[in-house]
Ligand binder design. Sequence first.
Ligand SMILES: Cc1cc2nc3c(=O)[nH]c(=O)nc-3n(C[C@H](O)[C@H](O)[C@H](O)COP(=O)(O)OP(=O)(O)OC[C@H]3O[C@@H](n4cnc5c(N)ncnc54)[C@H](O)[C@@H]3O)c2cc1C
Length: 399
Amino acid sequence: MFAELPLAPMDFSIPDEYQDLLASFRAFLTREVHPVEEQYAVHLQDDAFTEEMRQAGLALRRTSAGLGFYGAHMPESVGGWGLSNLGYTLLVEESGKSGLRFASFVLGPPNPEAPTRVLMELPEHLHAKYIEPLVRAETTMCFALTEPEAGSDAQAIRTTARLEGDEWIVNGRKHFITNGAYADVALVFAVTNPERRADGGITALLVERDAPGFIVGRNQKTLAGDTNQAELIFEDCRVPKENVIGEIGYGFQSAMRFLNGGRAYIGALCVGIADYLIRICTEYAKDRQTFGKPIGKYQAVQWMLADSALEVHAARLITYHLAWLVDRGEYPIKESSMVKLNNTEMVNRVADRAVQIYGGMGLLTEGPVERIFRWVRMLRIVEGTSEIQRLVIARSLGL
Ligand SMILES: Cc1cc2nc3c(=O)[nH]c(=O)nc-3n(C[C@H](O)[C@H](O)[C@H](O)COP(=O)(O)OP(=O)(O)OC[C@H]3O[C@@H](n4cnc5c(N)ncnc54)[C@H](O)[C@@H]3O)c2cc1C
């Protein structure tokens, strides 16, 4: 009976259509993004991300949206391609591999400024008003869950929303909100039933920036540099009753779907960045001489790069596997947490080795790895810390 089993039932190859998509995206990066990166290279070395640079990034984003890349993950009904999770995962990996700072503008996820599929849970008549401009990159959004007293324990949020006639009245304070200062619309999570909290008591509302009582607080600078966080304050902020994502009271579930759905993309970004670091470190190790030999001839340096290559390979496989599970219609909570945990920790180890291989040049702000080293540190905290991912994995073991 076993003699009849197919010889190679598992297929690890990337489908041809996706290879073509990647080639076209690579060409776009070279043609459009690379010149902008060159233009602002000096500012990037100084970690000074000016308003002019942000506008240049937004212009690249609009070009990308026109070509279809930016909103490709969104359904066709709102202007996307309905691209599979694996397809978008490959694009995100490619953007990381390019090593281009401005590449972060041209794709949607895992950037919280970009349209997310969770928005499809808005009433259908609001899709053209809110989702389509986001897909065309005419507007941006933010995801406002975290509060000063509620980060990992997100269901402890204190922001409230109560219905008054045809409007929600929102009161509270969010912080660390990426793109909070610029977003045209904010996806805001508020308590609508304090007794029920995560089980039917938290509602997700789409709030316009111009809504009365919507206040942008101070900017919050982080170690990661130009990542653009802000406080948002809601003082009797008025939101139309219909601007609810999903069911009233079940916004927490929408938040978890957003975070869970994005794990393959964060994972792919880590793989791409780590791949880039290995590439530049290998070149540097062939070039940089000490004691009359290239440092790449020393086993100590070879082992650092060998360990990094192994870790990236393993991370890539679990990321593609996660994307494959999502595309099969599964809701893989455990595998999502594993990818988030493994890949964000992995890229930090790879970046640390990259600094070591570059020596003093690794610490120089004008060198090629210092900024990346600082930036990837953030990934172990945002969208669920490494500890919270371990908690989720442990729960899946029945603990
Ligand atoms: C650059 C940046 C961008 C961000 N962007 C956004 C955004 O766009 N939208 C948004 O809503 N939020 C955003 N955040 C917030 C981010 O999601 C939170 O910072 C994160 O979830 C951790 O919450 P906290 O900072 O309150 O840490 P805390 O929850 O206070 O955790 C502190 C420490 O305790 C550990 N810990 C907590 N609970 C447990 C537990 N049960 N078991 C074990 N260890 C535990 C944590 O792992 C961590 O090490 C952003 C944060 C940063 C820094």
